[in-house]
Design a protein around this ligand. Structure first.
Ligand code: HEC
Length: 107
């Protein structure tokens, strides 16, 4: 009983810390989630997993789509004329996710 109580207390104390570590959910996440999943695991064939990729890499990838130096029409359309702040939030969100085992069998 005592152990359970201590464990429960520990969990309650840890929760705000966990929540603080996770960046806020980006407003534009819904669109991205259609292809990359909310937690960064790809939902469609051909889309990359984003979960846990380095923040600097994700930020640069998104900037490159935005300015056209990475010229993939699909992603350029998806990211659109996003602000630096939104872009940063999206990169932080996906970078903070933990990669999961692949859901679907690979073709
Ligand atoms: C219609 C499907 C689709 C949507 C919607 C979409 N993406 Fe993508 N995304 C892709 C595909 C396909 C690629 C691979 C493009 C390439 O080859 O460069 C990609 C690539 C990326 C990459 C580069 C990953 C890497 O490993 O280099 C990032 C970052 C990314 N998307 C973020 C986003 C974000 C953030 C959004 C929402 C604003 C979004 N995507 C919306 C399909 C999509």
């Amino acid at each position: 009983m005592r152990t359970v109580l201590v464990a429960a207390l520990g969990l309650i104390c840890a929760l705000p810390a966990l929540a603080a570590d996770m960046p806020p959910k980006p407003v534009r996440l819904g669109l991205c989630a259609a292809c990359h999943g909310e937690t960064g695991m790809a939902q469609i064939p051909g889309a990359p997993n984003l979960a846990g990729q380095r923040l600097d890499y994700l930020r640069k990838a998104l900037k490159d789509y935005r300015d056209g130096s990475r010229n993939v029409p699909l992603m350029r359309a998806a990211i659109g004329p996003v602000s630096d702040a939104d872009l940063d939030q999206l990169a932080r969100w996906y970078s903070a996710q933990t990669p999961q085992p692949q859901a679907a069998a690979q073709p």
